[in-house]
Design a protein around this ligand. Structure first.
Ligand SMILES: Cc1ncc(COP(=O)(O)O)c(C=O)c1O
Length: 434
């Protein structure tokens, strides 16, 4: 008799967006003709850059000719794209990177979820709270999260509170996790981690033999000089971190689908567990069996494991899409993508300035397309949701949907049109919430 993976039964329903949809539908039915402004979306809305579209068309034409037709793409991505990524996203920013450290995929969501395939089910996982929900849910599916309590917490996950007092960058946890998810610039708080923050984390991971899973899907939104876009800007990170990147928010590929994951060849797990440079006495049994340059003889290369996983479970990303992604790095492509990001960031600064002027406490919006708003007067996230919908016709996302420490906060996004963004800010300011 077959059995299902019972971990799935422990998952809370995908309550957040279903509940938003249902509340909005009910409100709209009762208020026909009321214009609703959607600042809850975490999806690109600006069109693809013309250079990207041209590259797609050209590649589609090639697929229609016998001489240039392509079948299955290479498992890890075409060399033309991996080379561009290594050059533009890393080497030109002063980080040494080889194309074979890079694995092209269809999304950072799938990669950040699938990475657990190569990690032991026994690992203790730490996540920021609040954060993109995929990390907790995928670990729960793999049986790494334990049980889900009435308090909205998984009992085997280490929650690292991200609150105004720590600028939404967590303190190092006492209970040493084996795997640490960090997401900066952050969804949903819009916070960025500084160099000093990341140095602390890399030092901690190396010392404890922990692995950092660094989600940098919003790196293109960093505007402040000195804010790292990649964990590998920090010395030693190649020995303890995997990085997820995506063309989704960088180049408007949410519907086109292309991303990549960096697993440096230096990243090796010793026989007794523990990752990164060997440090005597490190938790997790950092055994000293760390190989240089990904030598499997001296330890297990995570690059090799992830390569094995991808080659087995992924049949590559389409040629047309990879040519489109390659065009993101052309001069015209870069200009086009930059223009879209700047459009969103102008929206972000309109929201942030408007909220602050109206007297709200709000964060983010400087290095990320998200603004994190404190619900006034001790309102819960959902109470604020209902009030904003009713009084302003504005739809946002209750912070409690991103983790227990999101309660009492609210996320607005910069992905709407300029007109709707401006109108939304005016309406929120006039809603009499303060
Ligand atoms: C932090 C974070 N990582 C990854 C993703 C998903 O990226 P992709 O579209 O490449 O799957 C999102 C999407 O909202 C996100 O917020």
């Amino acid at each position: 008799m077959f059995r299902i993976n019972e971990n799935y039964l422990k998952l809370p329903g995908s309550y957040l967006f279903a509940e938003i949809k249902s509340r909005v539908a009910k409100y709209a039915a009762g208020h026909p003709g009321r214009e609703l402004l959607r600042l809850g979306i975490g999806d690109a809305t600006r069109p693809l850059a013309p250079a990207v579209v041209d590259a797609m068309k050209l590649a589609a034409g090639e697929m229609g000719e016998a001489a240039t037709f392509r079948g299955y793409a290479p498992d890890y991505g075409y060399d033309f794209l991996r080379e561009k990524i290594a050059e533009h996203d890393y080497r030109r920013r002063g980080v040494a990177m080889q194309p074979d450290d890079i694995f092209v995929s269809d999304g950072a969501k799938s990669d950040s979820g699938n990475i657990g395939d190569i990690l032991s089910a026994d690992n203790v996982v730490a996540i920021c709270d609040p954060v993109y929900p995929v990390y907790a849910d995928t670990n729960a599916m793999a049986g790494r999260a334990g049980d889900y309590g009435a308090d909205g917490r998984w009992d085997r996950i280490v929650y690292m509170p991200c609150v105004p007092e720590n600028n939404f960058v967590p303190e190092l946890p006492d209970r040493a996790p084996d795997v640490i998810y960090l997401c900066y610039p952050n969804n949903p708080t819009g916070a960025a981690a500084g160099r000093g923050d990341l140095e602390r984390w890399v030092g901690y991971a190396l010392e404890r033999g922990a692995l950092i899973l660094y989600d940098s899907a919003y790196e293109a939104y960093v505007t402040e000089p000195g804010v790292p876009r990649s964990i590998y800007e920090i010395e030693g990170a190649k020995g303890c971190a995997i990085e997820f990147r995506s063309f989704s928010k960088t180049a408007g590929f949410t519907g086109t689908r292309c991303a990549y994951t960096v697993v440096p060849k230096e990243l090796v797990c010793g026989a007794g567990g523990g990752v990164g440079a060997a440090v005597a006495g490190g938790a997790g049994g950092a055994s000293g069996a760390m190989g240089a340059g990904g030598s499997v003889a001296a330890g297990v290369s995570l690059n090799a494991l992830w390569g094995r996983r991808q080659a087995t479970k992924l049949n590559g990303v389409s040629y047309v899409v990879q040519r489109a992604a390659e065009a993101v790095y052309s001069e015209e492509g870069r200009k086009g993508c930059r223009a879209a990001v700047e459009y969103y960031m102008e929206n972000a600064s309109i929201i942030l300035a408007g909220l602050k002027k109206a007297g709200f406490s709000a964060w983010g919006g400087v290095n990320a397309p998200y603004i994190w708003l404190k619900a006034p007067d001790g309102l819960s996230s959902w109470e604020l949701f209902d009030l904003l919908l009713d009084r302003a016709g504005v739809i946002g996302t209750p912070g409690s949907g991103f983790g227990p420490h999101g309660e009492g906060f609210f996320r607005l996004t910069a992905f709407s049109s300029r007109e709707d963004t401006q109108k939304a800010v005016e309406r929120i300011a006039a809603a009499g919430l303060l």
